[in-house]
Write a protein that binds this ligand. Sequence first.
Ligand code: EPU
Length: 340
Amino acid sequence: MQTLTQSLKTLSTFAIESFGENVIHLQSLADVQALATNLPESFYILGGGSNTIFVEDYAGALICPELKGIEVTTTAEHFHLHVGSGENWHQLVEHCLVQGMYGLENLALIPGNCGAAPIQNIGAYGVELSDVCDYVDWYDFDKAEVVRMSVDACQFGYRNSIFKGALKGKGIITAIGLKLSKAWQAKIAYAGLKELGSEATAHQVFDAVVRIRQSKLPDPAQTPNTGSFFKNPVVDNNTYQRLQAQFKDIPAYPQADGSVKIAAGWLIDQCQLKGHQIGGAAVHVKQALVLINKDNAKGRDIIELAKYVQQMVVNKFAIQLQPEVRFIGQQGEMTLEQFV
Ligand code: EPU
């Protein structure tokens, strides 16, 4: 077997000591074009590493889009931003706030790069990327050109998009287009923001979001983690009624289509799993939806812990949690079930 020499520890905020060989940095469209003409057999596109865990050594190529640039144009009603996929998301949020372009403040402190934002349609405190997205520029490996995809074409859903589905591995996001209304209104429906009141400024919303996140979510620089580990499960109304009859205070968010989103963190918490540790991996003590690399976790520790959490939740609630994070094993991207 090939000996891999490049540590991947710093390429993922979960910081597991695993090894690769071939990390490709793309700094321009010309770099993307050159890559497309000579595409590696096995590759994974990494957008900041805040939602990816290197469970095992991986001999394939890791492609890192690092295209920079923020261009702003204005129309009577909107600021239009064209942002390179390699720009850091939180820095963009801060930049917009300073420039008086509001609408991203609820999405403050989300780790990762702008090019990764559409892939899982990042969302927090009542706002999703899809609410502010105008288009996504995506380099199509087959067509060998950049295709501008409308919001509809991106098929955004809860932590989902076409880039995770039909277009996975078929191209690279080079830039995103955002459209921020000049007639800004605070979005404060989320429980922790309501008390700001409808007169809140964008700076106040930003500060509140930063405060909430810092109080609940571990800073990856101190405690390696990849944010929410599982998605909040969406169940049909019958299932919700069954759960609600048994668990009166289950946090639930009705969806437009009649289904109901349930708080996965609450489900895990009810299984008394906060702080539960397997090897070096643990459930965070303040937010049960976040699994952390507490003490030099090995890839198998986090897989075992994730499966244990899933099993406990199935046993108590008969709900199967689905990971939000993505796993890289020897064969490239793998599902949790594929690790035995
Ligand atoms: N809860 C518990 N115990 C816990 C964790 C949560 O009882 O250990 C309860 C809370 O009290 C609350 C409910 O569960 O009633 C929901 O918790 P919270 O508001 O913290 O949000 P979440 O559903 O756990 C989601 C996103 C976060 C986002 C927040 C705020 C997903 C998978 N996660 O978390 O996104 O920041 O809402 O909008 O949708 C991420 O994707 O990495 C992420 C951090």
